[in-house]
Ligand binder design. Structure first.
Ligand SMILES: Cc1ncc(COP(=O)(O)O)c(CNc2cccc(C(=O)O)c2)c1O
Length: 460
């Protein structure tokens, strides 16, 4: 197979042999997959030569944009020297050492050690086992329960799925595994009822307090949460939420895990999302922006407090992966972080392109189809509603309008993600003002086209 094969032939082979993730593969094969053949900056090229603006940075991960030669060159150099060796059995290698040092430098001061893996899911499986090991080491083995939020997303392994709150995923495979509980999410637009955002933020935070007190602090090991829920639909919590959660956790001896797989590496205009909200986690799972997706890599940043139990106390942590700290992936991550630092992309999101795109994205909130336009840093959502101004009235068959709008967007040359009936963007941090204008213009046209189509179908 090569890029030069005609689309139909590529589609047929894909349909014959490829079982896609998170896909009704039968339905996809009837429709035909979209073949992305090249990418540069924020632009994708498909097998028919269409240029598409990648409003999702791949899957929330291509911080530095696609096609950076210097990352490819760094990986190539590393591969010619040491293409692979493991970090088990008392061995290590220069790239993983350099990366671990770099992560200690760019992360909040309490983080000085990293456990490496190959994905965000594996990072959360590592968290699951590390938390249990920590409390064993601290002489409190009965502290086992980990609390997450409904509609949180922490991956697709057994622990990742269990810690996440996606009910449809739990139902496929009889999850969650024992010892995981979920509390409501701080989703004011969809679940705030008659409360103001401020009141709802406090209410949602106190659901954590209620859950801890219900199970007993002596049985609860940790609370895991994304600073902003990504795959759940860019759920930006009310301002009152995180300070109240921090107060609740400070009063109790429970570990706080901030899942930074999406919010890390500049997405919110800070190196980590926890810093944006002024919260102080004990563990931070990372992936995605760590390498900008150039090679698969994840990890868990371990605070000095947790390291005291799982490292400094001695004892073997019976956990790890063949590719933990993979040298070529570490080289990609180092080159990626070098670009983020050299081009000051985190500051750019905070002070330049973030405010620039936020203002224009929020202006889309004027559209008759949009119930709320929200964006923090460079991650945003548009809630599509049948009746503007009425949060309580949703489209029937949740997701139908979202999927329609997403497909119209792709046809118009912009990739947005649909979650339920919300449209989501999470563009590369390098997007220019001009490209941001193009993104917003195509999004506006997409809303108009969707509105016209819904009218034609009599759905509004
Ligand atoms: C917060 C968070 N934590 C963990 C994971 C799992 O990472 P891996 O996929 O590398 O195992 C994620 C991943 N998030 C993710 C992955 C794939 C698709 C989508 C989507 O929104 O369509 C989101 C994530 O968003």
């Amino acid at each position: 197979v090569s890029n030069r094969y005609p689309t139909a032939q590529l589609r047929a082979l894909d349909a014959a042999h490829h079982f896609h993730p998170f896909t009704d593969t039968k339905a996809l094969n009837a429709e035909g997959s979209r073949i992305i053949t090249a990418a540069k900056g924020v632009w994708l090229t498909d097998s028919d030569g269409n240029r598409i603006l990648d409003g999702m940075a791949g899957l929330w991960c291509a911080q530095v944009g696609h096609g950076r030669e210097e990352i490819a060159d760094a990986v190539h150099r590393q591969m010619t020297e040491l293409s692979y060796y493991n970090t088990f059995f008392k061995t290590t290698h220069p790239p993983v050492i350099a990366l671990a040092e770099k992560l200690a430098e760019v992360s909040p001061p309490q983080f000085n050690r990293t456990f490496f893996c190959s994905s965000g899911s594996e990072a959360n499986d590592t968290v699951f086992r590390m938390v249990r090991f920590y409390w064993d080491q601290m002489g409190k083995p009965e502290k086992k329960i980990i609390i997450g939020r409904w509609n949180g997303y922490h991956g697709s392994t057994l622990a990742g799925t269990s810690l996440g709150g996606m009910k449809a995923m739990h139902e496929q495979g009889d999850l969650p595994v024992p010892g995981v509980r979920h509390i409501p999410q701080p989703y004011w637009f969809g679940e705030g009822g008659d409360m103001s955002p401020a009141e709802f933020g406090i209410w949602a935070a106190r659901e954590l307090e209620k859950a801890i007190d219900h199970h007993g602090e002596d049985k609860v090991a940790a609370f895991i949460a994304e600073p902003i829920q990504g795959a759940g639909g860019v759920i930006i919590p009310p301002e009152t939420y995180w300070p109240e959660v921090q107060r609740i956790l400070k009063e109790r001896d429970i570990l706080f895990v901030a899942d930074e797989v999406i919010c890390g590496f500049g997405r919110l205009g800070t190196w980590f999302g926890s810093e944006y909200y002024g919260i102080e986690p004990d563990l931070m799972p990372i992936a995605k922006g760590l390498t900008s997706g150039y090679l698969p890599m994840g990890g868990v940043l371990v605070s000095d407090k947790v390291a005291a139990g799982v490292i400094d106390k001695g004892g073997e942590f019976y956990h790890g992966y063949t590719y933990s700290g993979h040298p070529a992936c570490a080289a990609a991550a180092l080159a990626n972080l070098e670009i983020i630092q050299r081009e000051k992309l985190v500051e750019r999101v905070a002070n330049d392109i973030g405010p620039y795109l936020q203002a224009r994205w929020r202006a889309l909130g004027e559209h008759p189809l949009v119930g709320e336009a929200r964006m923090t840093g460079l991650v945003g959502a548009l809630e599509l509603v049948p009746e503007k101004g009425n949060r309580k009235k949703a489209f029937p068959n949740t997701g139908t309008v979202g999927t329609m709008c997403r497909d119209i967007s792709f046809r118009n040359g912009l990739i947005m993600r649909a979650v339920r009936d919300s449209m989501i963007i999470s563009p590369p941090l390098v997007i220019t003002h001009g490209e941001a204008d193009q993104l917003v213009a195509i999004a506006k046209k997409t809303l108009d086209d969707t509105h016209a189509e819904l009218k034609r179908r009599g759905m509004i």
